[in-house]
Ligand binder design. Structure first.
Ligand code: PHE
Length: 355
């Protein structure tokens, strides 16, 4: 028997025995590595005389092929064995009881912000955001509320430094300023977010939520403001008609200014919106004061418009029958389990934000 045949027999035998994957890799390099036994046989071919060459070459080639086939088969066997043992060890016992899990709830305020954004985006408003920490210029001065203006005290501001340069925004109106400073008219935005005032009782929390609205264009008037709010309130409370009343008011950044009440009735301790003869204040609004527009470089001979600020928490309380505002922010798990929303539990008028 030639050396090559002997070599072949020897390795085929080894490969038929019970060996590990490491052994196989070792065999591979012993035979086919740079100085492997088969590799070296191939190197000899060129030095062999012509008449012996053919036989020799075919022996080497068949040794190589047979051994490689045996190696591949062995590796396949290993893989199958591995899969089988995995299937054995990872067997699922479908008779086991399910593991319990707790699903989170969406806070009523988040839910209401989504509903509000959805309604306004349908009529062309986009959503803007501003920071909770504001400078006094954006929160007051630009909004026509200069130093020593009594409105500054009315807001019970949380200042963050002795110089009173930075504060926690007392309303969402500074987002009007930010939006107009960074862009060009027309503007048609809402800005929902957190606001802060040093105040706390059943209907006031030191941190609460507002949504600002701003619409500036050519020829925008109070009729547009009224139409827009009327549409919003009907959509939000899911009613066909509402009673709405504009009461003259004062804000430094709007002229004329108004507060808006909606008519309601108490039936069996429940608030029914749109009926009855009781009135509930829900927002402040007005035509943006020319001084504000001048401060943010909007040409007042061409552009004008309205703004409004709605208390979000108040709307959530009304719509979902929650009577203590402070409970909103107590982070009581039982409260959120009761008043919170399941992620897929959407009210009938909610059309989603992503459209
Ligand atoms: N920023 C006012 C407030 O918080 C509400 C408001 C906004 C009034 C816009 C008029 C216009 O009281």
């Amino acid at each position: 028997m030639s050396d090559i045949l002997k070599l072949k027999e020897e390795y085929l035998k080894k490969l038929s025995e019970n060996i590990s994957l490491e052994n196989i890799n070792q065999i591979k390099s012993e035979l086919f590595g740079k100085n492997g036994k088969i590799t070296n046989e191939f190197k000899k071919i060129s030095n062999i005389s012509a008449d012996e060459k053919k036989k020799f070459a075919s022996e080497v080639n068949s040794a190589k092929d047979e051994i490689q086939t045996a190696i591949e088969k062995k590796i396949k066997d290993f893989e199958i064995e591995q899969i089988n043992s995995k299937l054995q060890s990872e067997k699922v016992d479908v008779t086991l009881p399910e593991r319990s899990f707790v699903q989170g709830k969406i806070h009523p305020v988040s839910q209401v912000i989504d509903e509000i954004s959805s309604i306004f985006s349908e009529i062309g408003f986009s959503v803007e955001e501003g920071p909770d920490v504001e400078n006094e210029y954006n929160n007051f001065t630009a909004l026509n509320t200069p130093d020593n203006h009594p409105a500054r005290d009315m807001h019970d501001t949380f200042y963050l430094d002795h110089k009173k340069e930075f504060l926690l925004r007392t309303h969402t109106s500074p987002v009007q300023v930010r939006t107009m400073l960074k862009g060009k008219p027309p503007f048609k935005i809402i800005a929902p977010g957190r606001t802060y005032r040093s105040d706390s009782d059943q209907t006031h929390a030191p941190m609460f939520h507002q949504v600002e609205g701003l619409h500036i264009d050519k020829n925008i008037n109070m009729g547009h403001l009224k139409g827009c709010l009327n549409h919003f309130i009907k959509e939000f409370f899911e009613v066909e008609k509402i009673k709405m009343r504009f009461r003259p008011s004062h804000f430094p950044f709007t002229e004329p200014s108004a507060e808006v009440d909606i008519g309601y009735e108490l039936k069996d301790g429940k608030i029914i919106i749109g009926e009855g003869d009781k009135w509930l204040e829900i927002l402040g609004c007005g035509m943006v004061h020319p001084n504000v527009l001048k401060n943010v470089k909007v040409n007042t001979s061409k552009y004008q418009g309205y703004a409004f600020g709605i208390g979000i928490d108040r709307l959530a309380m009304l719509k979902y029958g929650i009577n203590d505002l402070r409970a909103f922010f107590d982070t009581d798990y039982r409260w959120i389990s009761h008043f919170g929303f399941d992620p897929l539990d959407v009210p009938s008028n909610y059309r989603g934000l992503s459209r």
